[in-house]
Ligand binder design. Structure first.
Ligand code: FAD
Length: 338
């Protein structure tokens, strides 16, 4: 095993549960580590969270670096960054993956800046490959793939010289693997050493608001775009979603127009969904929207424009006015439902 090329995954946890994005990254990390002949190391920070190490191993970690300390009970930038940076300096991982969550987006740049390494945010794919610059070939680099320049190009970014190669990935982009309960791994406790300045910020009170919708794990999503026309008209989208037992999604244009709240946005800067059925109503199908829904098992698109890009990926294409088509669908559902 090539320990010089370890793939690290930062494990986010909340209320005794590992975040789905971290489990997805463990699966991706496993795939990358196998390509490198290396191992996956999970960084598990918190307090009273030792029991989560086993789950990280079932999902792909070979080694769990466990920092269990009262000062790590709730996420705070400085203590978490201190522990992560010290570990990176001491052990020099080759690749370091974090979720593109508020925590990952806060922590990753701190680490990258402290160790002068590159970081690519919001990757949509990660692969291992070679890179040639002039006469020099760098082998087995991390290809950090993501849309760039407003989605007009898909860029492959490499960090040939400075490691670790840091990348963040949003939830739902990588596939979640089934846990393998026969997997065995090692758990190594690390003792955090804090500087007094790391602890200046104290959390006095914490309020949690339940999410308005659960798009990420919805098996049916009915999404509306600018073509819906108004907030009032968006009730058609709500009605169809409710009838089918699904969740309401939206394009950014619909969110920006105030038809629906930002939690419903699907796409590159919204949520990534992978439902069994995605119904896109009055959505043109811009690349940034498609990045969040093109893995749906079946896509139905309703659009007045037969040349709308959404039809390129739709399995069922309905050219028509959603104001007529959606009521027909609702009527047909009632007529055929037993
Ligand atoms: P439009 O492009 O205006 O399309 C409206 C569609 O409705 C048209 O195809 C029209 O033919 C159709 N239509 C009109 N009336 C009707 C009717 N009565 N019946 C049926 N069809 C009708 N967008 C996202 O969605 N998610 C993102 O996460 C996202 N992130 C972005 C990130 C960046 C960095 C950038 C630059 C852009 C991002 N965008 C995102 C915006 C994206 O580029 C598009 O502008 C947006 O997706 C367009 O939304 P839309 O399809 O609803 O609107």
């Amino acid at each position: 095993m090539n320990k010089d090329r370890e793939v690290w995954v930062f494990i986010e946890q909340e209320a005794g549960e590992i975040a789905t994005v971290s489990l997805e990254l463990l699966a991706k990390g496993r795939e990358l580590a196998e390509g490198l002949g290396s191992r996956v190391c999970a960084l598990l920070f918190g307090h009273g969270i030792a029991h989560l190490a086993e789950k990280a191993i079932y999902h792909g970690a070979d080694l769990v670096l466990l920092a269990d300390h009262p000062e790590l009970a709730l996420y705070r930038t400085l203590p978490y960054a201190r522990v992560a940076i010290e570990l990176v300096r001491a052990r020099q991982p080759y690749i370091f993956l974090l979720g593109a969550t508020p925590i990952g987006r806060d922590l990753a740049p701190r680490i990258a800046s402290a160790v002068r390494a590159g970081l690519t945010a919001d990757c949509t794919d990660l692969q291992i490959g070679d890179f040639q610059r002039k006469d020099r070939v760098y082998s087995d680099l991390l290809y950090q793939i993501r849309p760039a320049f407003g989605g007009n190009v898909i860029a492959t970014i490499v960090n040939p010289e400075r490691h670790p190669q840091l990348a963040t990935v949003r939830e739902g982009v990588m596939r979640l693997a089934e846990p393998d309960r026969t997997r065995r791994g090692e758990v190594e406790r690390v003792e955090p050493q804090f500087d007094a300045r790391d602890l200046v910020l104290q959390v006095l009170k914490r309020e949690m608001r339940p999410p308005a919708c659960n798009l990420k794990s919805a098996s049916i999503v009915v999404a509306g775009g600018a073509g819906v026309g108004s907030k009032e008209n968006f009730r058609l989208i709500h009605e169809l979603a409710h009838l089918l037992g699904g969740e309401v999604g939206a394009s950014r244009a619909a969110v920006d127009a105030g038809f629906v709240s930002a939690e419903h946005q699907v796409g590159q800067t919204g949520v990534t969904v992978r439902p069994r059925l995605y119904i896109a109503c009055g959505i043109s199908g811009a690349v940034q929207h498609r990045a969040g829904m093109d893995q749906s098992s079946k896509i139905i698109a309703i659009n007045t424009d037969p040349a709308a890009p959404i039809f390129q990926i739709a399995h069922y294409k309905i050219v028509g006015d959603l104001n007529a088509v959606i009521p027909w669908m609702i009527h047909a559902y009632h007529a055929n439902a037993k």
